[in-house]
Design a protein. Structure first.
Length: 251
């Protein structure tokens, strides 16, 4: 009895393999596209802001300003476009360092180690915000090392930056400087928008509240923070800065 089973011709096998490979590439491409779209959804689905630009003067009761969460240093955003995309540490003399730039993932460990090594008396801080987790870590390092913090005249400390700033044992905000808070997104998934990750949001907010409480900050600051959407920023008045213990000294 002869065997009726025959192998597929080599050409047909190669075509089939190529189809599988091309199909796999299409799936990967779709996955990457969906990842990008997922990351953009909070911005795409949030309404546009009618608030004035960030560099517009604020007054009590008129403190909400426009904020560009995807790129706060783009031209016209009201922040120095030369602001570094990663937090940079530079020394000033023997007892002062400057922390300037956006707060990126990993900055907590890196900056914390540098602060430990240098042990300055004061950290001058200016940042448009960034990673909340890293800002909390840096804030804890500042307090643990007994370092004072200062926001320079006309400087900005926005979004996650105040969580670094409040780590200072003594805290000063310069003339015409802007310290602002708003809602944050939490979560590490690249496919699921952070605003849908309820558990991550609740866990992140709990960490922020605990941090502020540990730093001795009046938790009333979370009122405007939770009420201000991510594409806007609430600039604290000098009275709020003092009453909520965000500053310990006035310029």
């Amino acid at each position: 009895m002869t065997d009726q089973t025959q192998s597929a011709p080599p050409a047909r096998t190669e075509r089939r393999t190529m189809r599988w490979l091309l199909g796999g590439q299409v799936v990967v491409a779709l996955f990457l596209i969906l990842s990008d779209v997922a990351g953009m959804l909070p911005t795409l689905l949030s309404p546009g802001s009618d608030a004035p630009e960030l560099n517009s003067p604020t007054y009590p009761g008129d403190q909400t300003r426009r904020y560009r969460p995807s790129n706060p240093t783009q031209p016209g955003a009201g922040i120095d476009p030369d602001m570094p995309s990663q937090l940079t540490l530079t020394t000033q003399g023997t007892d002062t360092v400057t922390l300037r730039g956006a707060i990126s993932p990993g900055d907590g460990d890196r900056i914390g180690a540098e602060l430990q090594r240098i042990a300055p008396a004061t950290a001058v801080i200016e940042s448009p915000g960034g990673s909340v987790a890293d800002a909390l870590e840096i804030g804890r390092a500042l307090r643990r090392l007994g370092i004072a913090t200062r926001l320079p005249d006309e400087g900005v400390c926005l979004s996650a930056c105040p969580y670094m700033f409040v780590g200072g044992v003594d805290r000063t905000v310069g003339t015409d400087a802007r310290l602002g808070v708003h809602q944050h997104s939490f979560g590490e998934s690249t496919m699921l928008p952070a605003f849908l990750a309820t558990q991550d949001i609740q866990s992140g907010q709990a960490k922020v509240l605990a941090h502020l409480d540990d730093m001795g900050i009046d938790l009333r600051i979370m009122g405007p923070a939770l009420a201000t959407p991510a594409n806007e920023i609430y600039i604290l008045t000098t009275t709020e800065l003092a009453d909520w213990n965000v500053v310990t000294e006035t310029p």
